[in-house]
Design a binder for this molecule. Sequence first.
Ligand code: KIV
Length: 271
Amino acid sequence: MSIHADSKPWTVPALAEAKRNGQKLVMLTAYDAGFARSFDANGVDLILVGDSLGMVVQGHDSTLPVSVEDVVYHTRAVASVLQRALLVSDLPFGADATPERALEASLQLLKAGAEMVKIEGAGFKLDIIRHLVEREIPVCSHLGLTPQSVLRLGGYRVQGRGDAAQQLLDDAKAVAEAGASLLVLECVPTPLAGRVTAETAIPTIGIGAGPECDGQVLVLHDFLGLDSGHRRPKFVKDFLAEGGSVAGAVLAYADAVRAGTFPDAEHAYAS
Ligand code: KIV
């Protein structure tokens, strides 16, 4: 296992270049300086301050109660130690309900140290992506299972099956066209994620979306094998068991993502 050789800090344009070069992107969520420092030092390319913090840090049943102030607080802690990884922070539920709110929240996140904001969904969010990108705020889109839609969806389950596949593909092209620089695909069948990855110019980051994405992300607590108190999704793997320490887990995860051995069939949805 080796640390990724390139020690330059990641930039937004470098992500597109990585996709063109076939270089896999390694991403993890972090919410504090301690884990962020270890991830950064051990070759993680992108760190996400996800609104998953509502579930894994705050103990809620969903991400819906998370506020902009919560994400700003955790963003500031993570940003304080990063030397190389690019920092993405979530716009929590409701913060992207209008272009004005999204701009205000994104400015707070960027001032706290984020370098990109993540927005769930397409539809009316396309205007919001354009609004932010035109104002120099890089955007990561998030499609497939979007946890902020849990009330409408009625639970957390695989998306993009059957007729919904074409809609997801169209949405992926639309968010790229609107100016997003990165696309998280959550709980999407492997063949569909592969198609999205092949047919969009921006890098895709999978979580439960199979090995054909341009990179992978896991939630910190899942990656460490902690019991989240919620049903354990199929795509989760305990890398602490494999690596023996936090640094070892990061190296094992990064090596597996870069080698294309994680996720394997056991940690993906075939259809
Ligand atoms: O909030 C989060 O941690 C996320 C990941 C599941 C991608 O959105």
